[in-house]
Design a binder for this molecule. Structure first.
Ligand code: AMP
Ligand code: MG
Length: 399
């Protein structure tokens, strides 16, 4: 039996990053940067004032000294002259500091009258001056490839004048659900059917991981029907199927994948939920056969498919945060496998607490609806109320 980490390492060992593409800067939000961003600019380009006030020479600024105001400089214009001995220049936030000045006195700290200011105290050199290049210097490596692009990255890219940026291409992921019992969305389940959940939860997880889902629909448990979907799926960069991968007579997904030429591994992974997972490659592309139970499909996607999708986009160092939380209910992991138990997380007064979402059955999709995270417990362990448990955080939580 493989540990989750061993299975993840095997999977990530086979990642091939997709080609890159150039996109408009705002469209890069949520994508993975694929080029080093070096600055060709100095930001700010010149020392400037961080306050409305007066640019002065700190050496002149003794308490009760008076200085003559000889110029006025606003943001968006340049000083017309330097500040000489006994002089000050009226200045506003963001305006370039005149030559000769090395400090700014905020306007509320002076008495101004008839073109003369009287100071009330001393002024430290550099006070209220933002030095040139304090944010970015020319030649700085500002953003490294492999980083996800968020709002701050987009702000920096705009600052550097980048209208476009190179990012990893979004992986196209074919999604297949299998089972005679499945009625797809838009059709009313017959007496012997259940609604297809996995196609939609998995496509949503793909979108959340930066991918583009391709819906292959539902295949009945027949080799020819599954084979036809798999053939269509090879157009994509990855194929993810759910159900039909156990050892039952109607579990035909593995056979269909092998018939199509896939090289497959079946792993028993030390985890629950999640039966053995199937992973392999078909025409050089990764294929996953996830378990059919809706919770198992989502949790195995989270642990195995998502990291691969991120890596295909060039993402480096991606991991869900793990926090230590106080158990508000007993959290019991029955059986010898490592448990991933669905918990509601709360962050109060800087501390995390966790309670089980309720019944942990792998068919209970509402437990995933409730879950902010997955408590990770080794086999046959339990945490009493008030005890500490490690939780993998899946989303923003209530405060
Ligand atoms: P299987 O691995 O095919 O035995 O499926 C395991 C369980 O998951 C069965 O109870 C199936 O009915 C259920 N299941 C399989 N696929 C889906 C799906 N797409 N949506 C909801 N439930 C499913
Ligand atoms: Mg089935």
């Amino acid at each position: 039996m493989l540990s989750v980490e061993q299975a993840q390492a095997e999977i990530l060992g086979r990642v091939r990053a997709l080609p890159t593409e150039r996109v408009d800067v705002l469209a890069s939000l949520g994508r993975v940067l694929a080029e080093p961003i070096r600055s060709t600019r100095r930001i700010p380009p010149w020392p400037n004032s961080s306050m409305d006030g007066y640019a002065v020479r700190a050496a002149d600024a003794r308490p009760s000294a008076t200085l003559r105001v000889v110029d006025r400089v606003i943001a968006g214009s340049l000083p017309t002259r330097a500040v000489g001995a006994g002089e000050a220049v009226r200045i506003f936030t963001g305006a370039p500091l005149p030559d000769g000045a090395d400090a700014v006195v905020p306007q509320e700290d002076v008495d101004a009258r008839d073109g003369v200011i009287a100071l009330r105290g001393t002024v430290a050199p550099g006070a209220f001056v933002r030095p040139a290049g304090e944010d970015v210097r020319e030649g700085d490596l500002v953003l490294e490839p492999g980083r996800p692009i968020g709002a701050a990255e987009i702000g920096i890219l705009a600052t550097l004048g980048r209208t476009q940026v190179t990012v990893g291409r979004r992986p196209r992921v074919a999604v297949l659900s299998t089972g005679n019992e499945l009625a797809d969305l838009g059709t009313e389940p017959t007496a012997a059917q259940i609604p297809n959940a996995n196609t939609y939860s998995l496509m949503a997880q793909i979108v959340e991981a930066g991918g583009l889902p391709l819906n292959l629909g539902v295949a009945p448990d027949r080799l020819d029907a599954i084979a036809e979907r798999i053939a269509r799926g090879t157009e994509a960069d990855m194929l993810v199927s759910s159900a039909g991968v156990s050892v039952g007579e109607l579990d035909l997904v593995r056979e269909a994948l092998v018939n199509a030429g896939a090289d497959l591994h079946l792993w028993k992974v030390d985890m629950r939920p999640g039966k053995p997972i199937t992973f392999g490659s078909l025409a050089g592309k990764p294929v996953f056969g996830l378990p059919g139970n809706p919770v198992s499909a989502m949790v195995t996607f989270e642990l195995f498919v998502r990291p691969m999708l991120l890596a295909m986009q060039g993402r480096r160092g991606a991991a869900r945060p793990i926090v230590r939380a106080t158990a508000l209910t007993p959290i019991v992991n029955r059986g010898s496998r490592r448990g991933y138990l669905r918990v509601v997380l709360e962050a109060r007064n800087g501390r995390w607490s966790a309670r089980l979402t309720g019944d942990q059955g792998s068919g209970i999709l509402r437990s995933m609806v409730e879950a902010d995270g997955l408590a990770v417990l080794q086999g046959d362990t339990s945490v009493a109320t008030g005890g500490e448990v490690e939780v993998m955080v899946l989303r923003e939580v209530r405060t």
